[in-house]
Design a protein around this ligand. Structure first.
Ligand SMILES: *[C@@H]1O[C@H](CO)[C@@H](O)[C@H](O)[C@H]1NC(C)=O
Ligand SMILES: *[C@@H]1O[C@H](CO)[C@@H](O)[C@H](O)[C@H]1NC(C)=O
Ligand SMILES: *[C@@H]1O[C@H](CO)[C@@H](O)[C@H](O)[C@H]1NC(C)=O
Ligand SMILES: *[C@@H]1O[C@H](CO)[C@@H](O)[C@H](O)[C@H]1NC(C)=O
Ligand SMILES: *[C@@H]1O[C@H](CO)[C@@H](O)[C@H](O)[C@H]1NC(C)=O
Ligand SMILES: *[C@@H]1O[C@H](CO)[C@@H](O)[C@H](O)[C@H]1NC(C)=O
Length: 267
């Protein structure tokens, strides 16, 4: 998505609006071309501003747009070169040095870097011409899909962690089930969405495939799981094996004692 922002200097004059408008069409080619960026969190990211005209630019300033007022980050001018504000020293730099085109690069984005930025081209005679670009940071989903049998029901759980929050939906055949969803936000900026599919009659789902669909940033990814009988029987099976082992140990001890007693009796 490209965005054009007209220079503040021209566009804020409001008298003689019509004359102004006509003038603006010819003069207000003072446009800044920018592009919003969507990047993976904890990776590098760049924002670029390109001044459409060949006006004489003295200083290019990048600012972070904040609720109170814009905060200066870095400037570039022929006379002073690049000047990075202390708060941004190890975080960013200008990686395209120019007075018409300027690019800043975040070496490794963090949550605080998400937001909107503006570039100001301080021009000779026309004041500041500015452009605005926004940075959105995302995290790809991590998904877990598993199921568990209980005495009288079966719960299938699908959990997805991502930024922004993912959306979970189920694709199943059969009836007699309902689902509940829990949403949890984490300090690291991700959101976990956990959906539990509650199956009242577990036998009806055995051998069948369930699909958990995760929607994130317009992309749907399917995760499949076939419900196996094996796990269902494993608890009683485990119990039998443990009992069998205990029984064998008991028999061995008994046999050992018996043998010792007969040995003791013999001189
Ligand atoms: C970026 O920062 C994250 C979190 O601090 C870190 O795990 C990662 O290794 C860093 N990446 C680079 C390329 O420095
Ligand atoms: C930023 O880039 C300029 C120009 O490439 C370089 O001279 C300067 O050392 C860099 N500053 C930092 C803090 O990396
Ligand atoms: C600025 O970038 C544009 C492309 O975005 C290019 O056409 C133009 O030549 C560049 N101008 C300068 C002065 O580097
Ligand atoms: C899960 O719950 C939603 C909302 O309650 C419902 O629309 C959907 O059909 C349910 N899905 C399944 C597979 O039961
Ligand atoms: C964020 O935190 C949650 C909960 O602690 C964790 O499950 C998840 O893996 C973390 N994600 C990243 C990208 O660090
Ligand atoms: C299975 O899921 C249902 C519905 O979400 C829930 O009420 C029930 O407590 C779950 N069973 C177990 C043993 O966690």
């Amino acid at each position: 998505m490209e965005r054009l922002v007209f220079g503040r200097f021209f566009c804020h004059l409001s008298t003689y609006r019509l004359i102004w408008f006509l003038a603006a069409v010819t003069l207000c080619r003072a446009q800044v071309v920018t592009q919003d960026e969507k990047k993976l969190l904890n990776t590098p990211a760049s924002l670029r501003c390109s001044l459409g005209t060949s006006q004489e630019v003295l200083v290019v300033t990048w600012q972070k747009i904040k609720a109170a007022s814009p905060e200066n980050m870095v400037t570039f001018s022929k006379s002073h070169g690049v000047v990075v504000q202390p708060a941004y020293k190890d975080k960013i730099n200008i990686t395209e040095l120019g007075l018409q085109n300027s690019t800043i690069t975040f070496w490794n984005t963090t949550l605080e870097d998400e937001g909107c930025y503006q570039c100001l081209f301080n021009t000779f005679g026309s004041g500041n011409v500015l452009g605005k670009a926004c940075l959105t940071l995302f995290v790809q989903p991590t998904v877990f899909l598993y199921y568990k049998f209980f005495e009288d029901h079966l719960n299938i759980t699908c959990s997805a962690n991502a930024r922004p929050a993912p959306v979970i939906s189920w694709k199943v055949s059969g009836s007699g089930m309902d689902n509940s969803t829990e949403i949890l936000s984490h300090p690291n900026g991700t959101t976990s969405v956990t959906s539990v599919l509650h199956v009242k009659d577990p036998k009806s789902q055995v051998g069948k495939e369930v699909i958990c669909q995760v929607l994130h940033l317009g992309t749907v990814t399917s995760f499949r799981q076939t419900v196996n009988k094996g796990v269902w029987f494993s608890v009683p099976l485990l119990l039998s094996i443990v009992s069998l082992i205990i029984l064998l140990i008991l028999i061995s001890i008994l046999l050992y004692w018996k043998r010792r007693r007969t040995q003791d009796r013999e001189p």
